[in-house]
Design a protein around this ligand. Structure first.
Ligand code: XBP
Ligand code: MG
Length: 285
């Protein structure tokens, strides 16, 4: 198998964490005496600004404040965000957010096959660490060859920079790796870096447009609605195995080289014409 690495997004992909992020932001706001409270619908809009500090700044700049108040609050963003991160990591380490279906299994398959694991996230490193350690044990970080998170690149997703940074650190070519994402923003970032991309939409992203993804599944185990999602979308049946990712990566490589001259592959046909995933082979269901 020429698949060298699986690169995972964190929020929404490994676990449906955004509700915990939202609660942590609101707790931090209350703690510093701000009367801000982000409702779920408001937070859904704020997710379009990636990165917690950037999200606070976006909200701040939309408030009707005097220039002096705005400048004063601007100077406190790092402190407010640090408080938010403390609340968030405490919640996550308490185990309140489970990993999504199929994540443990796919990580295990990759470890067994010697396929490298990596992280490409917008989130603060401490938040990534908390999630990985509570579910994969204290040695969790050691299982990942590269952890790209937070401010290790200046431009966050949808810019491809974090994926390019991870690929550089891995010493791998985009064509030998697959990205796993949950959002249209993450998909744009992974595709911008030239990666084969699997999307498992989360509660917050389930209505987004995933055209351009190589594969869209309700979860890595294919059957469950997005964790925490009310009536999540069933996009297709079937478990996504490491072998199947490798097979599709290989097929895409041949397709790109023009070796497939008889029109769309079966999966391309489904993606283009039905905007859903192609059925998985029987053995992998
Ligand atoms: C998702 C995000 C993050 C979190 C907040 O990132 O947009 O910014 O909502 O995290 P991804 P921080 O899906 O790429 O993991 O407050 O720690 O920045
Ligand atoms: Mg995400």
């Amino acid at each position: 198998m020429s698949l060298k690495a699986l690169i995972f997004d964190v929020d929404g992909t490994l676990a449906d964490t955004e509700e915990a992020h939202r609660i942590a932001f609101n707790t931090a706001f209350a703690e510093v005496g701000l009367d801000w409270h982000w409702s779920r619908p408001q937070y859904a809009g704020l997710l379009l600004t990636t990165g917690g500090k950037e999200r606070i700044a976006a909200h701040l700049h939309a408030q009707p404040l005097s220039a002096a108040d705005r400048t004063a609050l601007d100077g406190r963003i790092d402190e407010i965000h640090a408080r938010k991160t403390r609340h968030y990591t405490r919640m996550i380490r308490g185990g309140v957010v489970p990993l999504r279906e199929g994540v443990q299994r796919l990580l295990q398959e990759a470890r067994a096959a010697g396929v490298a694991l990596a992280i490409a996230s917008t989130t603060t490193p401490a938040a990534v660490e908390a999630l990985l350690e509570v579910h994969l044990g204290r040695s969790a970080l050691g299982q990942f060859a590269v952890v790209g998170a937070g401010d290790c690149v200046a431009r966050k997703k949808p810019a491809p920079d974090i994926y390019r940074w991870v690929l550089r650190e891995l010493g791998a070519a985009a064509g030998d790796c697959a990205a796993l994402e949950d959002s249209a923003i993450g998909l744009a970032a992974a595709k911008g870096a030239g990666l084969f991309t699997v999307v498992t939409p989360s509660y917050w992203t389930r209505t987004e447009d995933f055209r351009g993804a190589d594969l869209v599944l309700p979860s890595l185990d294919g059957t469950a609605p997005p964790a925490g999602g009310a009536g999540g979308t069933e996009l297709g049946p079937g478990m996504l195995t490491l072998r199947e990712i490798g097979r599709r990566l290989e097929a895409r490589r041949h397709h790109t080289r023009g070796e497939r001259i008889h029109g769309d592959t079966r999966e391309d046909h489904h993606r283009i014409h039905h905007r859903g995933p192609a059925p998985l082979p029987r053995g992998d269901r």
